[in-house]
Design a protein around this ligand. Sequence first.
Ligand SMILES: [Zn+2]
Length: 154
Amino acid sequence: MGSLDEIGERDGWRCWVCDLVVDPHLSVNDGLGPSLDRCEVLVRATSGRKKPSNGDERLAHRSCNTKKGAVKPVIAWPEHLILFDPAPIIQSAERLAAKGGREMVARCASKADATEAGHWLADRLNRLAPGIAFTTHIDQGGGQFLLTLLAPRP
Ligand SMILES: [Zn+2]
C-alpha cells in the first residue's frame, strides 16, 4: 500500500476517474478530498500480464472513488470534442487489455477532433494502465474520421 502523498505526486494530483485536479490539502473526508482507488477493471483485465501491485493504486476524489459501489467507473470523453457513437471507454479498454486487438471507439466529422480525441485517449489510458501500451489510429471513410483503439496481444 503506497501512501496517499506518494501516489498523489505520481499521478500529478489528478483524479483517475474524472481527470480533474485533486486538492491535497482538503480533508480525506471531503467529497473532493484525496483518496486511493484501485483500478479494479484494468487490474482484472491485466492480471494475466502482471501481479497486482502498489502501482495499481490510483488517486481519486473521494466522491469518484469506485470502491464505494459495484458500478464500473465511467471515464468521460472530453466535452468539447464532437464525437458520434462514442464507446464506453473503460469497457473497450478492458476488452482490449485482456485480448489485444482493435476496436472502433468513435466517429468524428473533423480530422482535428479525431486527432485530439486519439491523443487524449491514448494518454489517458496509458496513464491508467502503463503496462499495456494502448495506441490509437484514425481512418477516413464515408466523409468521416473513425477513431480506433488498439492494444498489443498479451
Ligand atoms: Zn474525480
